[in-house]
Design a protein around this ligand. Structure first.
Ligand code: G3P
Ligand code: MG
Length: 243
């Protein structure tokens, strides 16, 4: 039996059932019993952290063009729900500030993923840290990024916040890589999960979380291997079957 309790984060909210990275997906994640919420953040033209996965709004709204070329007000004119189902018509894109207002008094963990691997969005790290401090959620927030420079910049700004490097590939000398940038944890794709990988992380005392876990069998493997967390589009199913 695992000693660590593997936390279930709703990936982009409960994104199997509601439009990803929107309030309905976050509300549903809470109702379905998720332990935490993972969300993706980019920066608007007026330098406001906003919750959306892609750099271009085409896939998840009725608009097109890059997030960085719209102000928050302009972005919030678009519909981020109708593409998913007409039940969600008129769902706006949410700012990180609005999300933190919503989650502030809720008992949920937070994983903010900074999407700086395609566009660097200068100053995004400080703007996000300022909001996390303003809403006093630092103790239950993990910030993650595929971009090691983002992690480094965050660590320079704050000594205490948990920082995780994201990877889709096997990393050599993972402890040195993480040490170098000031990361505490590793988040990786589920196909990388192996006893060898986990032993290496355990030996170095590095917590890890796995994405995207939608199968019960993979979740059980993560629990047995004492993963700190999983990211799932179906948090209800993961919670229901978790040993
Ligand atoms: O943070 C884990 C996972 O969300 C990373 O991949 O593309 O779903 O943001 P992606
Ligand atoms: Mg993500």
């Amino acid at each position: 039996m695992a000693i660590i309790s593997t936390k279930v984060f709703a990936h982009r909210g409960a994104s199997q059932y509601a439009p990803e990275n929107t309030l309905p997906a976050f509300e549903l994640a809470e109702q379905l019993g998720a332990d935490g919420i993972e969300l993706d953040v980019q920066l608007t033209k007026d330098l406001i952290p906003v919750i959306i996965h892609d750099e271009n709004i085409r896939r998840t709204t009725n608009g097109t063009g890059f997030v960085q070329n719209y102000t928050l007000d302009e972005l919030q004119e678009f519909d981020a729900g109708y593409w998913f189902s007409k039940h969600y018509i008129h769902t706006p894109i949410m700012s990180l500030k609005e999300f933190l207002q919503w989650i502030q008094n809720r008992d949920l963990l937070i994983n903010v993923e900074l999407k700086t691997n395609v566009i660097e969005y200068p100053t995004i790290e400080k703007r996000v840290m300022d909001l996390i401090n303003e809403y006093n959620v630092i103790d239950r927030t993990i910030i993650s990024s595929y971009n090691p420079n983002t992690i480094k910049r965050l660590r320079d700004i704050n000594d205490d916040i948990e920082l995780a490097l994201l990877t889709n590939i096997q990393l050599g000398k993972v402890d040195e890589v993480l040490d170098d940038i000031g990361a505490n944890a590793l988040h990786f794709k589920s196909r990388l999960l192996s006893s060898k990988m986990v032993k290496l992380l355990f030996d170095k005392n590095i917590p890890y979380r796995v994405f995207t876990v939608n199968r019960v069998s993979t979740m059980k493997k993560c629990v047995t291997m004492e993963a700190d967390g999983i990211f799932s589009d179906v948090p209800d199913i993961m919670k229901k079957h978790k040993p």
